[in-house]
Design a protein around this ligand. Sequence first.
Ligand SMILES: Cc1cc2nc3c(=O)[nH]c(=O)nc-3n(C[C@H](O)[C@H](O)[C@H](O)COP(=O)(O)O)c2cc1C
Length: 277
Amino acid sequence: MQFHKIIKQRKSVREFKEGNLENKDIDALMEFADSVKSIEGDISTTFYFVKDGNKAYEKMVGYAGYYGMPIEGPHYLLLMSEKKNNYKINAGYMMEQVMVKAMEMEIGTCWIDILEEKRVDLKSALKIDIEGEIAAIVALGYPKTNIFGIEIPLTGRKSIEEFVYKKSWGELMSLGELSQRGLQDVFYYVRYAPSWGNIQPWKFIIDDYRLILTMHQEKEDKVLEDHDLECGIMMLYIEKMMHSQGISGKWTLNIGDIDSEEYKIPESYKVMGWFPI
Ligand SMILES: Cc1cc2nc3c(=O)[nH]c(=O)nc-3n(C[C@H](O)[C@H](O)[C@H](O)COP(=O)(O)O)c2cc1C
């Protein structure tokens, strides 16, 4: 199925049917997980499937989920990652590919936040004997109520004008201008991307030849220290949508030549990368 058709039906699933996923679905999903692309080539990662969700749930209480309350799921999928530059961006980019695939297979998923200060303890609690840290967790199973084939209204999402600027921070880009550049659909659909607390921490600046992604930095928020997972998720959505519009290219995470002051980017936002347009 085309990417935009899948994501316009996506939503977080927090209530699952009792019982496990069928083995053939687990095998197909894990085979897909083994084939997903990374955004930073040299970070070693392993997807780790937790079959006994009940047991894992009890161990995760206090360590993961909003305010330490994880979602109860028949299974969980973890991404173990080497701790290197951009590893969480990479984790968001890789895990979301599996979640989109799961959606296509009519398997429901929900991201689960990991409390930063409990990340290391969580690995011991779950007795995971794989190198690296737990970079991402999602719950998965068959949804309790059918959610497939239903378009989700985009309520609760920012309008394009609120997160896409032209040339400089705060300068509005009209939908007409976006459409002239072939980008209106791209930004329409990427709004379906999930984010912690649905805060949608991304803003873009469209320059002559590149799209710059900036992410909100929450210095005071003790629950979440960065939005790198969402950054990776958004990078995936942009890339997929760009490619479907015939705009090829890939993200550059090395942003040394981008001067935040030149674009008037406020201190509360950080430049994460750019995509050629
Ligand atoms: C990094 C990340 C962490 C999240 N953590 C949780 C969580 O711990 N518990 C939860 O119920 N939802 C969690 N979510 C799901 C968001 O609440 C959800 O994506 C957002 O509210 C938008 O709703 P939607 O996914 O249905 O479109 C998380 C999402 C992301 C991207």
